[in-house]
Write a protein that binds this ligand. Sequence first.
Ligand code: PAF
Length: 286
Amino acid sequence: MRIVPTVAAMQKLARRWKRAGGKIGFVPTMGYLHDGHLSLVREARKRVGKSGVVVVSIYVNPTQFAPTEDLSKYPRDLQRDLKMCRGEGVDVVFTPGDAEIYPGKAEGKYSTYVVEENLGRVMEGAARPVHFRGVTTVVAKLFNIVLPDVSVFGQKDFQQAAIIQRMTRDLNFPVQIIVAPTRREADGLAMSSRNKYLDAEQRAQAVILFHALQAAKTAVAKKFVSAAKLKQDLREFLTAAPLARLDYVEFFDPETLQPVAQVKRGTHMALAVFFGKTRLIDNSQL
Ligand code: PAF
């Protein structure tokens, strides 16, 4: 497994593979890998086959964090991540620093961003105003550096995946985007690097996000329910976890991400819940 820290070396390698006709499968991450990431790596391998190469990037992207969000406290463990990548047969881990990805930024001379102007306005975009601009910018850059044929994203970040798909189409990136299912812990909690921030009591109660999705599924299995009523019911449902503070719950069309007034089987639901300072998200089709 190669560890490549610079843009120039990564681009050179990627071009060489392209010339040799090899397919490149790519999984962008911010590190602190868990089984959810590894399932994306396996999906990438499946798509490119043994003759293809799988690249994982590990880069905690500062532009997708607001100044109020604690970028410096984001969990990191590169040695552990590299070991996990080796175990999965990853070919290359791209580990750039900030000066590689945002040249000139430290001197105030970086000024180009990629903005998706529609799907990013609601839910996570409304709650975290600079977040998706940072995500689309870094993913566009990574596509230009890694030159993937296929890139795999997790369904846990459903809105992110929808925005990346839209950006890829709108900007004509020759990349196939795959969205892989959410991996869950035994009790149903969606795997996330942020779960590490939870103390034992918060962790025990965090499964309420999954249970809320299940409860909504049951509520709409046989009938239409108004979104307002279901939101109210879920607010009450969440009081079973006293440490949980609901940020939002939304019911929306999975294509447009626009909220719907009537919820039925097949409608998509997403929610964000705080446990102390830790904000967890989850989503599902109902
Ligand atoms: O989902 C993530 O971990 C990040 O948003 C991504 C796609 C790696 C961009 O920094």
